[in-house]
Design a protein around this ligand. Sequence first.
Ligand SMILES: [Zn+2]
Length: 269
Amino acid sequence: MPVSVIAIVALLAAVIGPLLRGLIVRYSVPYADAPDGDVSNDGDGSREDVSARPPAWRRECPACCQALPGAGWRGVAGPLAPTGRCPRCTARLGPAPWVVEIVAAVVCGLLAWRITEPWTLVALCWLALAGVTMAFVDVAVHRLPDPLTLPTYLGLLMLLGVAALVGGEAGRWGAAFLAGLGVAAFYFVLVLISPAGMGLGDVKLGLSTGTALGWAGWTVAVYGAAFGILIGGLASLVLLATRRVGRKDELPHGPFMLIGALVMVLAVG
Ligand SMILES: [Zn+2]
């Protein structure tokens, strides 16, 4: 794509950044700690400890407990300022200032630099923006919530569907769809082998990364899925060696799956 298009795509991604930041803050909700003992059998007749369930999303600023500003549609989405602070109490909220906006702009700019088909670029930028959101949530709380992974996948399928219709490439869409299922199935086997490692959120993200990789080809999907695991493993070795994490600490897999997919897509253009 020409430099002007790259600049416009990067600028648009940066402008969307505050919306991603709003999603990141709302969905960076940890699993609630497991209740001590069996809650349903503690003698006082309480059936279920509702507080032990993970809340679906954050509605208030954790510091001042006031509703998050700009709640938007049903409170699940709304922009938050790139300053990374609650506008009511100025407490730090979510990722560091401007980081989300800059990462979104860089990733979408790189895609615009390498991808020549307009609808493919739209579809991959959709995944990139959702991926930035999910990566920050995964790093913060080691979760990839369904309200992020599943709409991302459906949106990607639809946008690639448009790309396939425009380009007259129905077969390519079918291959991408199957590659997504294949990569997700591969991650699912890894979850079965080692439940302490990957989670089902990673499997659902694998649907999206596998589909995007499969759009570029079967071998790209295979290498991309393997590459994500490889760099995740290398990163955990480096962090262990430098004692940044302990042997029992879990690393989020989502960011590495996304980086692996991005590198492969950029490499094959
Ligand atoms: Zn606040």
